[in-house]
Ligand binder design. Structure first.
Ligand SMILES: NC(=O)c1ccc[n+]([C@@H]2O[C@H](COP(=O)([O-])OP(=O)(O)OC[C@H]3O[C@@H](n4cnc5c(N)ncnc54)[C@H](O)[C@@H]3O)[C@@H](O)[C@H]2O)c1
Ligand SMILES: [Zn+2]
Length: 359
């Protein structure tokens, strides 16, 4: 069932929704396919929803952030070329954001582009990254420094995959779901606060609602700005401090959890600048942000000097100051380029007592 049709300047595509694993028979219909499956997904689902896949067309691939680089891409080129890949070869990938980034990059560059279908298996990939056309690779310690814009031909979304995710990986996806609902305005935020206990218990109907809302909200932000020049930048809410915390924790804090911490910090700064009232800030913290945290930052990861340094390396930064996306009382977002180290220190201090693990 088509859930959404996404318009892209490169190619329009549909997100197809399945409550049963009927996407498998559709994938099997393609005669020139190579299906690359995340190793952990294969372990959990080879005898379950993926049992109908012809093993002759399946390659199981182990992913990690360390492998989301040019070496990982080469390994995939070799797999494809080993199967005498031709331009009509269709690449299918079944996995989370890492496999999406790797295979999307491969599909966009091999023979200057081969058809690609993506089946997202994590909450983050289903609710967020599967639309938007971005592929990213890490390069020499810099996260997501290389990349292309390349939409898949289709996305098949089967929410039940997330039932086998590890708790911290699932919580990471939940962080992005919360961010998108906050960006969707007060009503969507209230709806999500009501759903939160069900989402934490991975209730499938609640997940269905949250995923659909998230994709609609994200689409509204990039529809008119596919190539990331203006409004799409606001999707970086929570990510300025979030990326910095990923760096200071050497990726111990998973991406979406770092984004939740990043939103808490951005709200502190917004409150001090008079953009966000203390009442709204407290309500967002109490009802959504704190209850979704399952990782506590350590003392050394909360260090202001290290964080200011990491904020300075933000690749979205254009001015000479530090960049930050903040939320205002009416839930509108604003991007500034003049965040000061003093503001960073004050925001860190005000949350430290409650959030940070004692040394
Ligand atoms: N391209 C984009 O637009 C975009 C957007 C956001 C994030 N990302 C990238 O996505 C990555 C994070 O992706 P993610 O959170 O989806 O997770 P992931 O791909 O990092 O997977 C996390 C772990 O879960 C395992 N896994 C995946 N699906 C599973 C399942 N259904 N059951 C059991 N285990 C499963 C994986 O093997 C891995 O060990 C980051 O590298 C980030 O930079 C890309
Ligand atoms: Zn993110």
């Amino acid at each position: 069932m088509p859930l959404m049709n996404i318009h892209s300047l490169l190619r329009d595509y549909a997100v197809e929704w399945s409550d049963a694993p009927d996407f498998v028979s559709r994938l099997e219909a393609s005669p020139h396919r190579l299906v690359v499956v995340d190793e952990n997904v294969w372990k959990c689902h080879a005898e379950g929803c993926l049992a109908g896949m012809d093993r002759n067309f399946v390659e199981v691939f182990a992913v990690s952030e360390e492998r989301k680089n040019l070496a990982g891409v080469e390994a995939l080129y070799d797999l494809l070329i080993g199967r005498s890949a031709k331009r009509n070869l269709a690449l299918v990938s079944i996995g989370g954001g890492i496999l999406q980034d790797l295979t999307g990059f491969v599909a966009s560059t091999l023979y200057r582009g081969i058809p690609w279908v993506f089946v997202p298996t994590t909450l983050l990939a289903q609710a967020d990254s599967c639309i938007g056309s971005k592929t990213s690779l890490n390069y020499k310690g810099f996260k997501n420094l290389l990349g292309t814009f390349y939409p898949p031909k289709a996305v098949y979304l089967y929410p039940a995959f997330v039932l086998t995710q590890k708790e911290t990986d699932y919580a990471s996806g939940l962080g992005e779901v919360i961010k998108l609902h906050m960006m969707g305005g007060p009503e969507k935020t209230r709806e999500l606060a009501r759903l939160l206990p069900l989402l934490k218990a991975r209730d499938l109907p609640a997940l269905g609602t949250a995923i659909r809302n998230s994709l609609e909200i994200k689409y509204a932000y990039f529809a008119a700005d596919e190539f990331d020049t203006g409004r799409r930048n606001l999707l970086n809410f929570g990510h300025c401090f979030g990326h910095a915390l990923e760096a200071t924790s050497a990726f111990r804090i998973p991406h979406g959890q770092a984004v939740v911490l990043g939103m808490l910090l951005a709200n502190e700064v917004a409150c001090r600048r008079g953009l966000l009232s203390a009442a709204v800030k407290e309500r967002l913290s109490r009802e959504l942000l704190r209850p979704s945290l399952c990782v506590r930052p350590r003392h050394e990861e909360w260090d202001s000097q290290a964080l200011v340094e990491a904020l300075g390396k933000d690749k979205k930064r254009t001015g000479s100051g530090l960049a930050l996306v903040m939320m205002k009382d009416d839930f509108d977002l604003i991007k500034v380029d003049d965040l000061t180290p003093d503001e960073v220190r004050s925001a860190l201090r005000s949350l430290e007592g409650d959030l940070v693990e004692r040394p």
